[in-house]
Design a protein around this ligand. Structure first.
Ligand SMILES: C[S@@+](CC[C@H](N)C(=O)[O-])C[C@H]1O[C@@H](n2cnc3c(N)ncnc32)[C@H](O)[C@@H]1O
Length: 170
């Protein structure tokens, strides 16, 4: 199934906005410590984190390819400091000293290997997922000045998920 159609359908079926991700809450502390004023939320979904950051005084740019979710988010964000834009080069657009906070599924996740293999560490099972190993993440972030990467796990929906969390500073 086309990925956009998958996510549009999924977002149409959900009416309640979820609480902010605990990762976003933790990152707000780093953001405050660095006195950052702007944040780019990639794959923002229903905007639970984007709205949380906006409520905490940050200027938020929230990006998602699902029209359904962006329409919903625009309604909720009316009067708040949120807009969306096209994004593809994180490193290029970050200013010197700008930071990337990233949480992605890891190659140790229970869903790894399920469904149809598309490319290395990418599978279509309900929807397309890209699983990150620690090495791969380190490699992708090697241009950054400082990088902290850690493996985490937790219950996501109904099953145990494994993640890579990365914090990188340009
Ligand atoms: C697992 S959801 C996470 C949503 C949100 N970050 C959260 O934690 O609630 C992934 C989101 O990424 C979006 N997405 C997936 N692939 C994308 C792409 N290639 N470009 C833009 N958005 C994408 C989907 O529409 C979906 O909203």
């Amino acid at each position: 199934m086309d990925q956009k159609i998958y996510w549009n359908n999924k977002h149409s079926a959900i009416s309640k906005t979820q609480k902010p991700n605990p990762f976003a809450k933790r990152m707000l502390i780093s953001i405050g410590a660095n006195n950052f004023k702007k944040i780019l939320d990639l794959g923002c979904g229903d905007g639970r984190d984007a709205i949380f950051f906006a409520k905490n005084g940050l200027r938020v740019v929230a990006v998602d390819f699902s029209n359904t979710v962006i329409k919903k988010l625009e309604k909720r964000a009316a009067g708040k400091n949120i807009k969306n834009m096209v994004f593809n080069q994180i490193y290029r657009i970050l200013r010197k000293g700008g930071m990337l906070f990233m949480k992605v599924k890891s190659t140790e996740d229970a869903l790894y290997g399920k469904g149809k293999a598309i490319e290395k560490d990418m599978f279509i099972y309900e929807h397309l997922r890209h699983f990150f190993s620690k090495n791969y993440t380190e490699n992708k972030l090697k241009r950054f000045e400082t990088v902290k990467i850690r493996k985490t796990s937790g219950t996501y929906h109904t099953y145990k998920s494994s993640f890579i969390e990365a914090i990188a500073c340009k």
